[in-house]
Design a protein around this ligand. Structure first.
Ligand code: HEM
Length: 222
């Protein structure tokens, strides 16, 4: 494995994935905070319906950005070893931020769509939002038990679900245009492909760095 691949598997890779929603997110959040009467580039990036009820989307973007900033630091072994307390405090803030953007994602998706075409997209987005929340809860429970190996695995899954948007953008910029105009079904397909790819990479990383937990010696015993 070359040095570039190794670097991308750690905090740098997570930071790059996080930059995909963070950079436009900061502009959209800026536009929302300016209010509906403002003018300018940031204002124009905001979907008009966000001004009607700005709280859920503002919380979603702000917590998403916070998570994207903190997550790479949590995966830095050097920082973790040198500043244990910081790792613990930043980890708790990142967990709350993750829960907030996961739950608001589900809220923003709203009720199931009436049209069958939109179901794939709706189910994928909801699955990703709930996947973030469930994986965060598991990461919390495992570290409370002192199980560092499983904690890291669950945190990788949080990243896989939470930052699927970067892989989705990649599919929508490369493969999808080859199939013609992007339809709502196509968007649904890209969401599921992105989640699957991210989860696959997360499991491969856990396996390759030897963090896959070995079967417990007492497995199967009451
Ligand atoms: C599980 C992961 C995520 C899911 C399922 C999700 C879901 C959603 C949903 C449902 C919306 C509203 C879309 C609409 O109104 O049409 C949204 C908007 C948005 N999300 Fe997320 N999100 C996730 C992660 C993140 C993260 C980590 C960020 C980081 C900043 C982020 C930034 C944004 C931004 C900037 C918007 C506004 C997009 C626009 O103006 O069109 N999201 N997201």
């Amino acid at each position: 494995m070359n040095k570039l691949t190794t670097t991308l598997q750690g905090p740098t890779g997570i930071a790059l994935l996080g930059a995909v929603p963070t950079l436009p997110g900061a502009l959209v959040l800026g536009g929302i905070l300016q209010g509906s009467n403002a003018r300018g580039m940031m204002h124009d990036l905001v979907q008009p319906e966000y001004f009607v009820s700005p709280e859920p989307i503002a919380i979603h973007i702000a917590s998403g950005i916070l998570f994207c900033v903190l997550a790479p630091l949590q995966f830095s072994t050097k920082l973790r070893m040198r500043y244990r307390k910081l790792h613990r405090v930043a980890g708790r803030i990142a967990m709350i931020a993750g829960l907030l953007f996961g739950l608001t994602a589900v809220l923003l998706m709203g009720l199931p769509p009436a049209s069958a075409d939109a179901w794939l997209h709706y189910a994928g987005m909801t699955f990703a939002g709930l996947g973030v929340c469930f994986s965060l809860c598991m990461a919390f429970l495992t570290i409370r038990r002192g199980d560092v190996v499983r904690h890291r695995q669950w945190m990788r899954r949080v990243i896989a679900f939470g930052l699927f948007g970067a892989s989705r953008a990649l599919f929508e910029a490369t493969v999808m245009p080859l199939m013609g105009a992007i339809t709502i079904v196509g968007e649904g397909v890209s969401v599921w492909l992105a989640i699957a790819l991210n989860l696959y990479v997360a499991e491969r990383l856990s396996k390759s760095d030897g963090t896959k937990p070995k079967p417990r010696l007492n497995a199967g015993t009451p």
